[in-house]
Design a binder for this molecule. Structure first.
Ligand SMILES: Nc1ncnc2c1ncn2[C@@H]1O[C@H](COP(=O)(O)OP(=O)(O)OP(=O)(O)O)[C@@H](O)[C@H]1O
Length: 280
């Protein structure tokens, strides 16, 4: 470790993201709803953390608060050891369940969008877009428009666009959510192999426990709302992983069982897992 006078200087052991005492409440129909409360979590450099939890427990809210898209009503966020001010941090890229592509722009133009905004010179931009189109398996579809693509293809475009933006921290909210099971497995496998090459820090929300285990270094289980961390599970399955085959190993089954067990404890006893706790 190098000696330095900068109190915020990062080292390899400084977590990419530190979340301390995080709270978020929404105002809805004259009442306050506490969606996330007192949540602590660290995300290491190049670490992939998946977040699972009962419906409505505040998973999406957690990502939105980090991305500056929902109000942070308590707590602190640190990125590379530096306190994040309120607002949208440029180092953070979010992939939503809804792929949010620009319908009037082609695949290539959608992927190029963050590069254009960043002022990347045209030649460099075109080369990077061509690379990304190949990386996500869309060769030959560069001139198509979103409406001409399947749901899985649109997800790949959204993923390529995030890769073009190349944020330090990926926030992914059910990015394969509405896809059918087969496409979900295919795109999950592609995403896993891409991530294993780029090695960025990822916070990934999913309802699918198997998907969480197959992808992540760590799976955290949230309690029902107001959401906080209930438990954490380190996933020691060797990498590179085969996204599909890894599910058939005994180790995978054991982890799966432990997480399910925690999930049933994290949900309210009456099963009414709609999250949030209304307060005046
Ligand atoms: N903009 C908003 N205004 C008011 N309440 C909101 C808003 N967004 C979310 N909520 C409430 O906050 C709580 C947490 O919602 P959130 O979407 O974060 O949960 P989630 O765990 O991602 O849910 P799911 O798994 O069903 O997608 C819920 O009770 C939800 O109704």
């Amino acid at each position: 470790m190098t000696q330095t006078n900068d109190p915020h200087a990062t080292t390899d052991t400084t977590p990419k993201l530190q979340i301390r005492g995080l709270g978020c409440s929404y105002r809805s129909r004259g009442r306050r709803l506490q969606a996330v409360a007192d949540l602590d979590l660290d995300l290491g450099r190049g670490e992939f953390v998946a977040v699972v939890g009962p419906s409505g427990c505040g998973k999406s809210t957690l990502l939105k608060v980090i991305a500056g898209l929902a109000p942070r009503t308590a707590g602190e966020l640190r990125l590379d050891g530096r306190t994040l001010p309120d607002g949208v941090p440029p180092e953070v890229g979010m992939v939503f369940q809804n792929d949010a592509l620009l319908p009037w722009r082609s695949v290539e133009e959608n992927i190029a969008f963050p590069l254009s905004v960043a002022g990347t010179p045209r030649e460099q931009r075109e080369a990077r877009v061509a690379e990304l189109v190949t990386l996500v398996g869309l060769d030959g579809f560069g001139h198509y428009y979103p409406r001409q693509l399947s749901g899985g293809m649109r997800k790949r475009v959204a993923l390529a666009r995030t890769l073009a933006y190349d944020p330090d921290l990926y926030l992914m909210d059910e990015p394969f959510g509405p896809l059918d099971a087969q496409t979900r497995i295919r795109i999950g496998a592609e995403f896993l192999s891409i991530w294993e090459q780029v090695g960025k820090s990822v916070l990934f929300v999913t309802h699918d426990v198997e998907e969480a285990i197959a992808l992540a270094d760590r799976v955290v289980v949230m309690t029902h709302g107001p959401g906080r961390i209930h438990s954490e599970h380190r996933i020691t399955l060797p990498r590179p992983r085969n996204f599909e085959e890894v599910r058939f190993t005994e180790e995978f089954r054991d982890i799966h069982q432990r997480i399910w067990h925690d999930l049933t404890r994290a949900a309210p006893l009456d099963g009414a897992a709609h999250g949030g706790s209304p307060t005046r």
